[in-house]
Write a protein that binds this ligand. Sequence first.
Ligand SMILES: Nc1ncnc2c1ncn2[C@@H]1O[C@H](COP(=O)(O)OP(=O)(O)OP(=O)(O)O)[C@@H](O)[C@H]1O
Ligand SMILES: [Mg+2]
Length: 368
Amino acid sequence: MDALFTRLPMAHLEIKQLTKRYGNFVALDHIDLAVEEGEFVVLLGPSGCGKTTLLRAIAGLELQDSGQIVHAGRDISRLSPARRDYGIVFQSYALFPNLNVGANVAYGLNSRTGDRRAARQGITQRVEEMLELVGLPGTESKFPAQLSGGQQQRVALARALATSPDLLLLDEPLSALDAIERVRLRSEIRGLQTRLGVTTIMVTHDQEEALAMADRIVVMKNGQVQQVGQPQEIYRSPGNDFVADFIGRGNLIEATPAGAQHIRAGDLLLRCRIEIDQNRKHRFYVRPEDIRLHNILDDCENSFTAQVLKYEFLGPYSLVTLDAKTGQSRPLVAQFSSNYLDGRPIHPGSILRIGIPAEHLRPMPAAA
Ligand SMILES: Nc1ncnc2c1ncn2[C@@H]1O[C@H](COP(=O)(O)OP(=O)(O)OP(=O)(O)O)[C@@H](O)[C@H]1O
Ligand SMILES: [Mg+2]
């Protein structure tokens, strides 16, 4: 009986049934999300799915129609942005072009109280510290136009963190940067976040960025949460077709039962690791990198020959589209290490022997 009244510890940020409409359009549809203290959560989804709207609602820049936001035990649902405790970085650099770097970083630090000189000194010191933290020491007197995109985002990050906010909100902070700078800054941001322990919510539509940075990923579509989980979990066990397709490439295989642990898909008879219900169809998911390449004469379990339809060399790995007579509308896509393919000339029309290890045939829930 007592257990019924035991209150579970509350998450650091709790979003409950949050709904936001623009006219008849539902931008956020009953979003539930709990973020733990110190966690790095990434909102991931296609353009227009509501990521920015959710972030802006957390910041108070957008007012929800219904639902609740609780931060550190305090209901902030109706508080103005100024009374919420967060720092924010936007996609476009959003620095004040007419203010130098020092003034930009100092922007949120005000000197309303006490001895003005001491306060000014405190601000100068804090700005120095923050610029040191983001790897731009001594740049106070430069203007935004004199900085690269990556440097501007570092300044924006310094500005967002200057007030030691309890929550850091990042809306696609890397998307305007070139590929190399993006990868460099993403590891810097993650390193900084871990060091400071600041609870962070970042928006992106880049799957790789989400997988590389997040403690947990929230996959969104049409204003709804599709799945929440650690990167490996989302990648390895997508909860539905949308998540499976959105995070990485994949092959969906619809099959009929063919024995206790066997399925039939087109011409293929495959063993899998689960007990097969003989009375219904089954759906499995195979990641391209889980497909094995064998020697043509090898006779391994779950191996079969397939004809190459398309071959794409992508540097470290190659993508091979195959006609494998799987009975599906889409051909099979396999990914092989390019080193491994050296010395094996592959071109459209080549016949390969490939295999799908039973443990890599992952069951998928029935289509919605
Ligand atoms: N002020 C507004 N008035 C009307 N519709 C809006 C408004 N703001 C956003 N929307 C709509 O709400 C939906 C969600 O927008 P949002 O900006 O949250 O998407 P997003 O996931 O951040 O997309 P992107 O990846 O393109 O930034 C979009 O269809 C958008 O057109
Ligand atoms: Mg957006």
